[in-house]
Design a protein around this ligand. Structure first.
Ligand SMILES: [Zn+2]
Length: 434
């Protein structure tokens, strides 16, 4: 009885909506687009596969294997290319144009309107897609309010080209901890974050941000870094543990996840204790916290390249700690791998200029001890799991969204070739072709 009812409901939907559910083209149909790859890294199997054809109908993959071609079939040949799942960057700032120095940041907040910054962000979104990032998690707008929600909407509505997005809107931090800082007390200046103090303000901010479209809640958990004599990277934690717990509890209660900027000892420890879902940067993480992260499945998003990129500029500004941090970061990364922590690819693009290809992060990860295959998985399968989208993206297999990129060469032999993505498909639409 129940089953019959469902059949008739489904039938009605198809009939009324004119949806030809029964007419899904079978393989070989002229509605199917085929991509012919010399090599395929599908994100599922351990070994790459040779001479593979991917069939795409609509926005989904419906064939991975071999196909007999006829003259009327639409085929994209990619000789000499390796095809991979669309890359995923889990730490970006599309509303930022690089902040190597503190002045770069202040200028963007003081002299650029949100509208102008949003126009620039549309360009960054297109760049991200053209670099091969078909999905990004953008972890705060740095003073541009909820502009990321609109950007995501414009992309989803097909108004502008860009990656799939999960957005964090305005990050949370406490009074006196985040730029703009250093202005006279009687000069009101904008903040790069939503300032909250106390557990109740934290809960309210979470509710407000979710109401306005936040997919993630982002917190800044520490600041003011220094290297202790024993080599540990020390910090001043921003939130108290009570405040952080309230924020995480409220977000989780509303089925949202929390990303924590935590670079050093106390910020990471408090974040892990409070139960955040991802640790961003994590230049120093104590062994005990790595153990907890591995046990709970907390993700580590190390963002190595940006650290290398900003170190010299910040050292010149009188903050040599950024150079010292590089060695500490490498040691943490290697310990995290040994501890079995899930490491997801994230770049902090926007923290450096979007004209620099964020895929440089792959080489940084390999330099710090990952194999090229592991680095690729961090930006595909692992990143899709971090986003909770593993049933839709992250691998090339039948039924998944057709997010596919290709590079001229073998990224397992030279991971740097991932900076040369020259074929990009998102949801079955080609955005870039060699
Ligand atoms: Zn960031």
């Amino acid at each position: 009885m129940r089953k019959d009812a469902w059949v008739s409901i489904l039938f009605c939907f198809c009939f009324v909506g004119g949806i030809a559910a029964a007419q899904k083209p079978s393989t070989g149909s002229e509605n199917t687009l085929y991509i012919r790859c010399d090599t395929l890294i599908d994100g599922k199997s351990e070994a790459p596969r040779k001479d593979v054809v991917i069939g795409i109908t609509g926005d989904k993959i419906d064939l991975v294997g071999a196909a007999a071609f006829t003259s009327n079939m639409r085929v994209i040949n990619l000789p000499g290319h390796t095809c991979l799942p669309g890359l995923i960057d889990t730490h970006t700032h599309v509303l930022l144009q690089g902040d190597i120095t503190a002045a770069d940041y202040d200028v963007q907040l003081l002299k650029q309107s949100r509208e102008y910054r949003t126009i620039l962000a549309t360009v960054n979104a297109r760049r991200a897609l053209e670099y091969g990032f078909t999905t990004i998690r953008d972890v705060e707008t740095e003073g541009a309010g909820y502009a990321d929600v609109d950007l995501k909407k414009a992309i989803n509505n097909g108004v502008i080209p860009g990656p799939r997005m999960q957005v964090a809107t305005r990050a949370l931090d406490v009074t006196g901890a985040y730029p703009l800082l250093g202005y006279a007390p009687d000069v009101p200046v904008p903040h790069g974050v939503q300032v909250v103090d106390g557990p109740e303000e934290g809960r309210k901010a979470v509710r407000e941000q979710i109401m306005y479209g936040a997919d993630w809640i982002k917190v800044y958990s520490d600041r003011s870094y220094r290297v202790r004599e024993d080599g540990v990277l020390d910090d001043i934690p921003t939130f108290t543990l009570d405040e952080l717990r309230a924020i995480v509890d409220e977000a989780h209660r509303e089925r949202h996840k929390v990303a924590s900027h935590a670079m050093a000892l106390n910020g990471v420890h408090n974040s892990v204790e409070a139960g955040v879902d991802t640790i961003e940067h994590g230049n120093y993480i104590a062994d005990a916290d790595l153990k907890t992260m591995a046990a709970r499945g907390t993700y580590y998003v190390p963002t190595i390249f940006v650290g290398e990129y900003v170190a010299q500029g910040r050292a010149a500004e009188g903050a040599p700690v950024w150079v010292q941090m590089l060695k500490i970061h490498e040691d943490t990364f290697r310990r995290a791998m040994r501890a079995g922590v899930k490491i997801a690819f994230g770049t902090d693009a926007g923290g450096f200029d979007w004209k620099v290809n964020p895929a440089k992060e792959f080489s940084s990860m390999v330099k710090f001890g990952m194999s090229p295959g592991q680095a690729i998985r961090s930006a595909t399968v692992t990143a899709s799991e971090l986003l909770g989208m593993q049933d839709k993206i992250g691998t090339i297999e039948v039924g998944k969204w057709a997010d596919i990129v290709a590079v001229p060469g073998d990224p397992l032999a030279d991971v740097g070739v991932l900076e040369k993505v020259d074929f990009v498909m998102k949801g079955g639409v080609v955005y870039r072709k060699p």
